[in-house]
Write a new protein. Structure first.
Ligand code: ADP
Ligand code: MG
Length: 360
């Protein structure tokens, strides 16, 4: 199993300098609001996935007024140690190093140290647009399947190029069918490969998810996850080329796997519209626990689990279910933030789990 044993931060978000050693089991990060608990989880997230879980731009993680940030972490893998260093300079490029050697392609790092984050704004998965759900499933697949990640990166690159070509046609008022076709022949097979993987992934994921939901909610309602894609249509290729005129008008590619979505249902109705708040919370936590399970299965190791402020957001029943899982050794290394240290101590005080507390 991989554990994060040490971390050093320089100019990362609110931290000018920080050095910590973690427990291989349970790490509780306590402190008042705004003290940097979530930021510390985000630094661990960076070490695993080379990016922030919360900020789209890396520069947003540079401490205000500084020129750079540096995250340096040590992971213990059986009897080997690995050092991950991530740095970002204002106006520069992000550099990710594995045992002192910089990656040529940062994406190679994804999946080496698997991680799952459960955070308060996860319910956005229910309420927001399809983009956030695609990102969630893409992120999960990327951690377990490198070919998928490579295909996804290529697809997005070609999609971008195709879109700027459409824009160019529009602005210069001309159309070159053959030139557009050269992009189509690259885009379509990649789209089909992504679609196929998403489809087979969901077949394995949905039952694991349903089990977690039932366990958490102790309820009889039926929940379901449905993968929706235009590529299920038999004549998709025809539809794709038929949409060219519309693509030209809108200056973007209107059909393809970048439009896929995942529908969340409860008793056959849309969870977003008909699920109670409690049901929505259980739903997203079940999604995350299922994510933990499928990653563990695919990688043969337990992902790090980052739990951000979950005690505030869950009712007692769901908390006790989670604690039950923690005490049953379901998880590997755990990081939990809590604004109320007494509560954390009380919850874990009696357990036999090795625990470290960090006061921010
Ligand atoms: N790039 C940055 N530079 C300096 N401070 C930052 C930066 N990004 C976030 N912060 C600060 O971090 C603090 C929030 O930390 P956070 O980890 O969310 O706190 P907690 O989770 O303990 O409530 C805020 O005070 C915010 O201003
Ligand atoms: Mg926080």
């Amino acid at each position: 199993m991989n554990v994060s044993s040490k971390i050093n931060l320089l100019n990362f978000k609110n931290y000018e300098e920080l050095s910590l050693q973690f427990s291989a089991q349970l790490n509780c990060i306590v402190g008042p609001n705004g003290s940097g608990k979530t930021n510390l989880l985000d630094a661990i997230h960076y070490l695993c996935l080379t990016k922030s879980a919360f900020n789209a731009q890396d520069t947003q993680s540079i401490r205000h007024g500084s020129e750079f940030f540096l995250i340096d972490g040590t992971f213990q893998e059986e009897d080997k140690k690995h050092q991950i260093t991530i740095s970002m300079k204002v106006g520069g490029r992000k550099v990710v190093m594995y045992d002192k050697k910089a990656y040529e392609r940062i994406s190679e790092h994804i999946g080496r140290f698997p991680v799952v984050l459960i955070a308060p704004d996860d319910t956005d998965l229910v309420r927001d647009s399809g983009e956030i759900r695609r990102k969630f499933f893409d992120g999960m697949l990327s951690q377990i399947d490198h070919e998928y990640l490579d295909n996804l990166i290529q697809y997005n690159t070609i999609l971008k190029q195709r879109n700027s070509l459409l824009k160019q046609f529009y602005e210069r008022n001309y159309f070159d069918k053959e030139l557009l076709e050269t992009y189509n022949v690259l885009l379509l097979p990649l789209g089909y490969a992504l679609h196929q993987r998403r489809k087979t992934f969901m077949e394995g994921f949905a039952p694991v998810f349903r089990q977690h939901y039932q366990y958490l909610s102790e309820s009889r309602e039926e929940v379901d996850l449905i993968y929706e894609s235009e590529l299920f249509e038999e004549n998709f290729e025809y539809e794709f080329s038929y949409a060219t005129r519309r693509d030209l008008q809108l200056q973007r590619t209107t059909k393809g796997v970048h439009k896929d979505d995942y529908v969340f249902e409860i008793d056959r109705y849309a969870l977003r519209k008909f699920g109670s708040q409690g049901q929505q919370k259980s739903f997203v936590i079940a999604l995350k626990l299922a994510q933990f399970d499928v990653i563990r299965q695919a990688k043969g190791q337990k992902p790090l689990l980052l739990l951000d402020d979950i005690f505030d957001k869950l009712d007692d029943m769901r908390i006790s279910k989670l604690l039950e899982m923690i005490s049953k050794d379901t998880f590997g290394q755990l990081f939990i933030t809590d604004a109320r240290p007494e509560r954390t101590k009380q919850l874990f005080g009696q357990s036999s789990i090795e625990m470290a507390i960090f006061q921010m």
